[in-house]
Design a protein. Structure first.
Length: 310
């Protein structure tokens, strides 16, 4: 046999080995795909090949199953939140609805009712209807936030500017209640990563709460300070505050401090829950501290947008 024959035999052997290795790899890929098809979407192809198209195929199959896993998790979250929402709604709607029906029954059936009694019952039914409408709207918001079905447009936001605008929008209310607004902002505007609508909703809710619940407050303030990678925003008032035993619960769903219950027929106890979920969705944290009649402060953070001044 000539040298050429030897070379040809070696090439044929190498080709057979290559084909065998390809066969094994494709068989392994098919096995993993079977596992994924059986529902184990965590499975991944852990293989490297010298053949570029096989490597590309592996990467694409892996990213496809990662996407599938993401969709599956999102569906699971929405399903859980849907179930939770349905059970919450039925629980929380029952009481006001039962009471509305009770009043309506009296209005329709009690012929001895005086005109003023009838009017006052009608007003109660109207207020309860309003409360329910607001509750439904806020439930919807909470469920959207829980299932992360909310589109946030995270971009550079001028936090100083948003604080000034929010304070200005409350000026008439401040004047009506003889409240002195206090704004403490650094000289230069401060920027953060955030969503403008969400930031406005958070500020509006906290300032509104200071007005609504900060009974006898004479000062409502908003402050801003920054640290290395965070921006801190504080909203405070010197009103009647929150009892120490309630502070850790006020961000919980439907939690209202006993004395503020029924203060406002529209209060659902979901405002701070929505605020907390929005702050978290923006990558921040929120806390509250209260020394009644001295200072009740809500502090939330946002990730700082450092190189974007000016
Ligand atoms: P709602 O949506 O009904 O307004 P929130 O979730 O916003 O309720 O607030 C929950 C509870 O926290 C309120 O019932 C109130 O008792 C208390 N609270 C919130 N902010 C303040 C504040 N600035 N001063 C005193 N109490 C407050």
């Amino acid at each position: 046999m000539s040298i050429l024959h030897y070379i040809l035999i070696i090439i044929v052997i190498l080709l057979i080995l290559l084909l065998l290795s390809c066969y094994k790899k494709i068989a392994y890929i098919s096995k993993v795909l079977d596992v994924i098809l059986q529902g184990n979407i965590n499975a991944r192809i852990r293989l490297q090949s010298q053949i570029r198209p096989i490597n590309l195929l592996i990467t694409k199959i892996n990213s496809l199953s990662a996407k599938l896993q993401e969709v599956e998790e999102k569906n699971k979250r929405s399903e859980e939140s849907r179930k939770k929402m349905i059970s919450n709604i039925s629980h929380d709607l029952r009481t006001p609805l039962t009471s509305m029906l009770g009043y309506l029954e009296i209005i329709f059936e009690d012929e001895s009712l005086s005109k003023s009694e009838r009017e006052s019952y009608e007003k109660i039914v109207y207020n309860k209807g309003n409360y329910l409408l607001n509750l439904m709207e806020e439930f919807f918001q909470v469920s959207k936030l829980d299932s992360m079905d909310i589109k946030l447009e995270i971009k550079k936001v001028n936090v100083s500017e948003h604080i000034r605008e929010n304070i200005v929008s409350f000026f008439a209310e401040f004047k009506k209640h003889n409240i002195e607004p206090e704004i403490i902002l650094p000289e230069d505007d401060v920027y953060a990563f955030g969503d403008e609508k969400a930031l406005n909703r958070i500020l509006n809710n906290l300032i509104n709460n200071a007005l609504k619940y900060g009974a006898k407050a004479s000062i409502i303030g908003v402050g801003l300070r920054e640290e290395a990678d965070k921006v801190f925003i504080e909203v405070w008032d010197n009103g009647s505050g929150i009892p120490t035993e309630d502070v850790s619960y006020i961000f919980d769903r439907l939690y209202t401090v006993e004395k503020s219950r029924n203060l406002n027929s529209k209060s659902s106890g979901l405002g701070l829950t929505i605020v907390k979920k929005l702050v978290w969705a923006l990558g921040g944290t929120i806390s509250a501290e209260s020394i009644p009649n001295e200072r009740t402060t809500f502090t939330f953070t946002l990730p700082k947008n450092d190189n974007s001044r000016g």
